[in-house]
Design a protein around this ligand. Structure first.
Ligand SMILES: C[S@@+](CC[C@H](N)C(=O)[O-])C[C@H]1O[C@@H](n2cnc3c(N)ncnc32)[C@H](O)[C@@H]1O
Length: 346
């Protein structure tokens, strides 16, 4: 099959996801186009923008993330080659459902959203569960999660109340409007690259790289400026994907967050051993590893780790300014200017 060079991702919904590579995709894709591969596993897919760009390159993609909301985005945009939500289905999703639960209203009313928006989330979740097609369910779920994130300052759930609420349209418009806008965006990015792509929701060490040529690795970064706990930041949308049935909610917390999923990539004590294990797990494949210049391990240590299983390691440097900030890592200061490394190991 002919591989087309990646040119743009205009149709992929913009994302503020922590650690998203959307802003530096041209450089990443440029670097990856020098490697020979036909299939790729995006082992930590997050917003799915890298998987989507690889899909646009004509590759066969497996997109994996241990978060269920990330999985739904990947299923809707990467695995999905032809399903869109029709006007009739959208109408159905917006109808009142007498069987809808009240969990969001009861648990989260006025923590992140007003009562009306919480009731909309309860009702829409119930309608999504009545869709017969799993891909339609994922598009609708991805859209509902996106609507919730768009209605939060910085798209996160680490604080409650109205902090950061300004006059911005995204915060003013109703959850229903956000949901319809999000469906339009997800519908618009559906395309068929002629390959059988799949999305999975697994811990990275449970994934299989059988039949995969290249593994793209973009773990959380351990940085002195912020923690890298994705479950903590996005707990609300993660809980929503199973209507909190698969997660452990911590009722004693003000944010009503869920217990974070364990990952060895978020602690300085465990990260080195985790990378060693990861590179061994994918020892049969070519590797492309994104990592930040202010992360642990540093550049030289990462090269050493890769050389344990690979003979050739090349480093591409990409200057980057993260738009994501938290109290210790403010948007607009110099702490979020980093060099982004792409280690290519064969
Ligand atoms: C830096 S982000 C990936 C960003 C993504 N490349 C993008 O451009 O949006 C890291 C991702 O790793 C996921 N993750 C962390 N530990 C994991 C594990 N053990 N197994 C699978 N996914 C994991 C997180 O949920 C998060 O989405």
């Amino acid at each position: 099959m002919q591989t087309t060079l990646w040119t743009n991702i205009r149709s992929f919904p913009d994302t503020k996801y922590m650690g998203s590579k959307q802003a530096i995709l041209p450089e990443i894709m440029q670097a990856l186009s020098s490697i020979e591969f036909d299939s790729a596993l995006d082992a930590f897919s997050g917003s799915a923008c890298v998987s989507y760009a690889l899909k646009q390159m004509g590759k066969r993609i497996v997109a994996n993330d241990f978060l269920e909301f990330a999985y739904n985005i990947a299923k809707a945009t990467v695995e999905n080659n032809n399903v869109k939500l029709t006007p009739k289905t959208i109408e159905f999703l917006l109808e009142p459902n007498s069987k809808a639960g009240t969990f969001v209203r009861d648990t989260y009313k006025n923590l992140y959203f007003c009562e009306e928006d919480c009731a909309f989330i309860d009702n829409t979740y119930a309608n999504i569960k009545e869709l017969a097609d799993a891909t339609e369910q994922s598009i609708a779920m991805a859209a509902l999660c996106r609507a919730c994130m768009k209605k939060r300052p910085r798209g996160i759930f680490t604080f409650t109340g109205k902090k950061g609420w300004d006059g911005r349209r995204d915060l003013r418009i109703s959850m229903a409007r956000q949901f319809i806008d999000a469906i339009r965006l997800f519908n618009a990015c559906v395309f068929d690259n002629g390959r059988k792509n799949i999305a999975t929701c697994l811990d990275v060490f449970e994934t299989s790289a059988e039949g995969i040529d290249l593994v793209y690795i973009d773990t959380p970064y351990i940085s002195p400026h912020s923690d890298c706990d994705y479950t903590r930041r996005y707990h609300f949308v993660e809980g929503l994907c199973s209507y909190w049935s698969k997660v452990a909610i911590q009722y004693e917390t003000t944010t009503k967050k869920i217990r974070s999923y364990k990952t060895a990539f978020c602690s300085a004590k465990t990260v080195i051993a985790a990378f060693e294990r990861l590179f061994y797990h994918f020892r049969e494949c070519k590797l492309a590893v994104s990592y930040s210049s202010n992360g642990i391990p540093g550049r030289d240590e990462m090269i050493e780790l890769l050389k344990e299983t690979k003979s050739k390691v090349q480093v591409v440097e990409i200057p980057h300014k993260y738009s994501f900030g938290n109290q210790r890592h403010k948007v607009g200061n110099n702490n979020n200017s980093v060099t982004e490394y792409l280690f290519i190991a064969e």
